[in-house]
Ligand binder design. Structure first.
Ligand SMILES: C[S@@+](CC[C@H](N)C(=O)[O-])C[C@H]1O[C@@H](n2cnc3c(N)ncnc32)[C@H](O)[C@@H]1O
Length: 272
């Protein structure tokens, strides 16, 4: 059965590439990454000849696909068309009542993206259930299917979306890593270790740069404990500023840090 293929190359007969995995999802679980997509990938969608977006692996219910389409339509481009793709045909059928064609539809598909040419793909909490060595082929299958200049956002978060990490990937490979948290519930940046994207989650060990980054954030967070009475946002702002001052190539600006984010180039954390 083609849906047992774990690799990234499109299967013969155009059958979906990948495997059915757990369908866990929750309303508003992906709001942090969606807000980041609006801010960071909005221009890609505005400039696209065809404003087609794919939500790959939306899970047991289509809620987060519905939400992504609503956010993009309200804040980026009213004529956005979102296709939710699922490898599990039962989940495709279950999503059908939520469809609002032509702006929101659901179909069966895998990493090959079912023959679509979207300018943007969100694949969240999908690769977490694959092995690390399956990641490059999955990325390649998805980026090969993108429209020219298209982008893939691939990552992981906890069940309520309070803690997450994601990669921006394009035809050249991964470009950036973003870590994001609801600061009011962040005990320490060490917690990001649990929600790193699949390509990095097994690399949080001494000698790897992502391990160094999490340690640097953790050290700075503890050094910024004096700001805690002013709220976790102030503490995080000082944490990210200290990490940047220590030489980490932080890409985003304080306006994003205030939201509990930090973004660095992939080259700063790529596995050795
Ligand atoms: C944990 S759910 C994630 C749901 C939602 N994206 C979220 O973050 O809340 C993962 C879903 O991805 C689907 N999936 C796994 N591999 C896939 C693939 N190669 N193509 C499409 N869907 C896939 C699974 O069937 C499952 O429903």
């Amino acid at each position: 059965m083609e849906s047992r293929r774990r690799g990234g190359a499109p299967g013969p007969g155009g059958r979906p590439v990948g495997v059915v995995t757990r369908g866990t999802t929750n309303p508003n679980r992906l709001r942090r990454v969606d807000n980041w997509i609006v801010a960071t990938c909005g221009e890609t969608l505005r400039a696209a000849a065809d404003p087609l977006v794919v939500d790959l692996g939306y899970g047991a219910t289509p809620t987060t696909a519905v939400e992504l389409r609503a956010r993009l339509a309200a804040r980026v481009r009213a004529d956005v068309r979102l296709v939710g793709l699922e490898i599990d045909p039962v989940r495709v059928a279950a999503a059908e009542p939520a469809a609002e064609p032509p702006g929101l539809t659901f179909a069966r598909g895998g990493f090959e993206l079912a023959g679509l040419r979207p300018c943007l793909v969100r694949a969240f909490n999908v690769l977490r259930q694959y092995t690390e060595d399956e990641v490059p082929a999955a990325w390649r299958a998805m980026t090969d299917a993108l429209a020219p200049g298209g982008r893939l956002v691939e990552g992981t978060c906890d069940e309520l979306g309070r803690l997450g990490g994601w990669l921006l990937v394009d035809a050249t490979g991964p470009r950036t890593l973003t870590l994001a948290a609801r600061l009011g519930t962040l005990e320490s940046p060490a917690r990001f270790a649990e929600r790193l994207p699949k390509a990095l989650i097994h690399r949080n060990v001494p000698g790897e740069r992502v391990h160094d980054l999490l340690r640097a954030l953790d050290t700075a967070w503890h050094a910024a404990a004096g700001y805690a009475p002013f709220g976790p946002r102030q503490r995080w702002l000082h944490t990210v500023d200290a990490v940047r001052a220590a030489g980490w190539p932080v890409l985003d600006r304080p306006a994003r840090w205030r939201l509990g984010e930090v973004t660095v180039p992939w080259s700063a954390v790529a596995p050795s």
